[in-house]
Design a protein around this ligand. Structure first.
Ligand code: ATP
Ligand code: MG
Length: 375
């Protein structure tokens, strides 16, 4: 890239820093017969943002992307791109491009001709064509590969060709549907970081579909977590992890320990749950919300927020059922009195100092790390 700019990251809630909206979905619904695949989706994706749609298989991610691209008609609602409603606008007239999981590149054309394909069709030729193709190949680190056919490229390189082909048209928005799905884990991780810095450099809005929470956390400015056609929460990765809105998000993003019980007492800064097993758990309600005494509620604490021994808001006895050495950390699974398990991670700072299977120990965590979840 010749023009490397330091781009400002989107800052939510910062006054005067709001960016224009790249893609707006307003009450978008898509039904296939009786089945509602996407259910009343409302979402603003900001200009220059790396935005991910994350959720389990069948939750409506691809369908949403296809509606933005124009391959699928809406049953209800409206989509606008760069401020323009796109209803009735065919895919090739929309300022977007799509990269699919299957590379969809032409096996009989070399890299240059694959990347040049769309440009040639829109009448670009000569020096401009050469320059733009060369620039796109450089963006995805394929310089020197222009003469090769896809059959002579690795999976990762083929995916770069597909990317270059999508970028060469200079779309306002790039739609990516599990583009790294076919790659092995190591290459996938490398490409995640590369794609993220590429997006940063070119400044094009990326709408990225994945069912892999780790991938979404690694790459995205913001993530919309979807389930059964509905958006569960839209937030930046840290907020999703630290302040999940409901049980679905808490369980889908990372690992978590959930306690269910009756609210014994609730104030602005403390909620106490009584679990069925009789333990009392201190937690906090989401900002601006309170729990109602007597109601059923769930509270979640992340495994790395729990520690062995010591004092704290919550001290609970467990019997260690399983110890799993993971290199950087060790995962302990403890049995709670009265049933249920608790997962705990400990960094391996001092080797061999943790409890062993069968040990009876107490674990501790603070109320502020234990969040009451919505439904
Ligand atoms: N053309 C179609 N006709 C009928 N049902 C469809 C059609 N396309 C998608 N669906 C259904 O809509 C739901 C959402 O599909 P979609 O492809 O959007 O899921 P997804 O979130 O992309 O899943 P995955 O992670 O498996 O790719 C699924 O239950 C799917 O079977
Ligand atoms: Mg899909």
């Amino acid at each position: 890239m010749e023009e490397k700019k330091i781009r400002e990251r989107p800052q939510e809630g910062a006054p005067g820093r709001e960016r224009p909206v790249a893609v707006r979905l307003s009450n978008v619904t898509k039904s296939f017969g009786e089945f509602v695949a996407v259910d009343d989706l409302t979402l603003d994706i900001q200009d220059g943002e790396f935005f991910s749609l994350l959720g389990p298989s069948g939750c409506g991610k691809t369908t949403t992307l296809r509606m933005i691209a124009g391959f699928e008609e809406l049953t209800q609602g409206e989509i606008s791109i760069a401020g323009e409603p796109v209803h009735g606008v065919p895919p090739y007239r929309r300022p977007v491009n799509t990269v699919f999981q299957s590379y969809a590149i032409f096996p009989h054309l070399n890299v240059f001709d694959n990347v040049a394909f769309g440009l040639r069709r829109s009448g670009v030729k000569g020096e401009e064509l050469r320059q733009r193709v060369t620039e796109a190949c450089a963006m995805v680190q394929l310089e020197g590969f222009e003469k090769r056919r896809p059959g002579m490229l690795s999976g990762g390189q083929q995916q770069r060709v597909a990317l270059a082909r999508a970028l060469v048209n200079r779309p306002k928005v790039l739609l990516l549907d599990e583009p790294l799905g076919a790659l092995d884990l190591k290459l996938r991780k490398e490409m995640q970081l590369e794609l993220k810095s590429l997006q940063h450099e070119v400044g094009i809005t990326f709408v990225y579909v994945t069912h892999d929470q780790e991938e979404a956390l690694t790459m995205s400015d913001r993530i919309a977590v979807m389930n059964e056609g509905k958006v569960q929460q839209v937030a930046d990765p840290a907020t999703l992890y630290e302040l999940p809105k409901n049980r679905f998000v808490a369980n889908f993003i990372g690992q978590t320990n959930v306690f269910s019980g009756t609210v014994e007492s609730a104030s602005a800064d403390r909620v106490t749950l009584r679990t069925r097993a009789g333990s009392s758990i201190d937690a906090v309600a989401p900002e601006g919300e309170t729990a109602e005494a007597g109601s059923e509620a769930h509270a979640a604490v992340r495994p790395e927020k729990v520690r062995f021994g010591g004092e704290g808001d919550n001290v609970v006895p467990v019997r260690i059922k399983q110890v799993v050495y993971l290199g950087v950390s060790t995962q302990y699974i403890g049995e709670l009195e009265g049933g249920g398990t608790l997962v705990l991670y400990q960094q391996n700072v001092h080797e061999g100092t943790g409890p062993r299977e069968g040990d009876e120990v107490s674990v501790t965590w603070e109320a502020r790390n234990c969040r009451v979840l919505g439904e």
